[in-house]
Design a protein around this ligand. Sequence first.
Ligand code: FES
Length: 102
Amino acid sequence: MAKITFITSDSQTITLEGFSGSVMALAVENGIKGIDGDCGGVCSCATCHVHVAPEDMEKTGNASQIESDMLELDDNVDKYSRLSCQLQISESLDGVILRVAK
Ligand code: FES
């Protein structure tokens, strides 16, 4: 189990508990504003873009090459960007804070 906190673009802070699957799926199931998951999690839409809190980057690790290539198409990309469909829920993500990208 991992507790994952989302901060939406309208500054709502929502903490969810996840057990398996992707962070994107958890967010969509719980109606997190700004995470749409349009491609279903196959790394081809970037509607699941989040900025990881800098201190939590070691929990998420860095984006893969294919993920980075997709993120580069988004104007709001920064060095803390990840596609949440590529983050699998596990104990190692517990406590992570994710700001939903604009
Ligand atoms: Fe499409 Fe993540 S859901 S890239």
